[in-house]
Design a protein. Sequence first.
Length: 188
Amino acid sequence: MHTNILIITALENELDPLLVPKRFHIAHTGAGKINATLGTLKAIQTFQPKLIINFGTAGKINQQNAALSGLVEIAHVVQRDMMAEPLAPRGRVPLSSQPFIFSSQHGFAICGTGDSFVTASDPWLTEQKIDLVDMELFGIASAAYDQEIPWRAFKYITDDANASAGKEWTDKIDHGQSSFLKLLEEIK
């Protein structure tokens, strides 16, 4: 069965393309918002999907939510490092008609995307009720929005976005792969 679903992930270390069922297309974009946006747009041109699924890793910011562990589906994504004050509040692109938050219509977690590896929380993340942080999803969701394609995102929590996050992420970068592959069996 051909479902015309495109899986986007940043790195092959996160998801081995040889393990992904052949009925899915897969594209690796590289790390960061620009790579994710450009890679997603190129993959959309190539595969013309009806649905985009992002799988990747994330750091956990919201330490109070016990439901945030393992593989988590993302409901909303914001841009945590867009800082154009006083022209626009943090997280918003000034003079842009594009949304500042993208919603998948699935999941429960809020992800904050930025071009930095987070090793400590900051008050803005807490005020915005950010649960997880990554470096690609906002770019992927922005490209999907631009091309009017629905998206879903699943993030495997590798670390607590603290001083030891770099080592924990490196050690666990591929740990979510089996959970995500199992989840794919349910997606039609």
